[in-house]
Design a protein around this ligand. Structure first.
Ligand SMILES: Nc1ncnc2c1ncn2[C@@H]1O[C@H](COP(=O)(O)OP(=O)(O)OP(=O)(O)O)[C@@H](O)[C@H]1O
Length: 251
């Protein structure tokens, strides 16, 4: 019997930025319907990792497989991905509706299918009152919601969210959590980076901790209550030198 392959497989990813290692020998897998939280202090390498997964930054070495295919060899597999970067890239002179329609067209949606996709995401993310507003005058939280809508519009198999709760009010944070859970229940794999441990325990079923570009922890969240996760996070952040020595000796 052949085992189902993971939706996403990172193998020994490496990337230097400004002459320094930003991500080092990172290997991870993610299955359909899983929600992985990526934690780490500032500069740990979370955004660099997510940018490589989303196809926006090429690794120096290592491989990325999507559905068993080599993403670096087949960049067209980007159609499987919905990406919300740390700062949603919006055109200030386009309205919310024009953004959605443009994103849909870029993903090959036309006519009735495009209208249906836009209507569905507008309703889901409660964007109706904002439809005719220019992106340039949206609040930060509204920009974040529009960025999330653009990432979800084409029904990606893998959702890559870089600090998605940034600037959202508590009502919108709760609604974001629901959207993430609904996506995972429908089979979408989700990877999200955050600084908020509570975000991970509330919504993720797995957690990975990056430090200085390397993976230091990868565990199921059900096995890790909030206090334990907090302790693990601080241990890694404060004792990384000692941990690295241990890892090097073990290697
Ligand atoms: N555009 C860039 N040019 C050069 N170096 C960069 C760039 N972006 C990030 N870096 C460097 O890469 C390393 C990893 O940064 P990255 O943004 O991936 O970390 P992060 O974990 O997402 O941080 P934060 O939590 O602050 O968003 C850091 O040393 C950072 O200085």
């Amino acid at each position: 019997m052949t085992l189902p392959q993971p939706l996403l497989k990172l193998d020994q990813l490496r990337r230097h930025r400004a002459g320094r290692p930003a991500v080092e020998r990172l290997s991870l897998t993610l299955d359909k319907g899983q929600i992985l939280g990526l934690l780490g202090v500032n500069g740990a390498g979370k955004s660099t990792t997510l940018s490589m997964i989303a196809g926006a930054l090429r690794p120096d070495s290592g491989s990325i497989q999507l559905n068993g295919e080599d993403f670096l060899e087949h960049p067209e597999l980007a159609r499987l991905i919905g990406w919300l970067p740390e700062r949603a890239p919006l055109w200030p002179e386009l309205t919310v509706h024009e953004h959605l329609a443009t994103h849909g067209r870029l993903h090959g949606l036309r006519g009735a299918a495009l209208k249906q996709a836009c209507d569905a995401i507008v309703q889901r993310l409660e964007l109706t009152p904002l439809l005719l507003r220019l992106a340039g005058v949206l609040s930060q939280g509204q920009r974040q919601r529009l960025g999330l809508a653009c990432a979800l519009l084409h029904r990606p198999a893998l959702l890559v969210l870089d600090e998605p709760a940034n600037a959202l009010d508590p009502v919108q944070v709760a609604s974001l959590r629901n959207v993430i859970r609904e996506e995972a229940a429908a089979g979408t794999a989700v990877i999200l980076s955050t600084h908020l441990l509570a975000e991970v325990t509330a919504v993720c079923d797995r957690v990975a901790i990056l430090h200085e570009g390397s993976l230091h922890h990868d565990a199921a969240v059900t096995d890790t209550d909030h206090k334990t996760l907090e302790r693990t996070f601080f241990d890694i952040a404060m004792n990384s030198g000692a941990m690295n020595e241990g890892r090097n000796q073990a290697a």
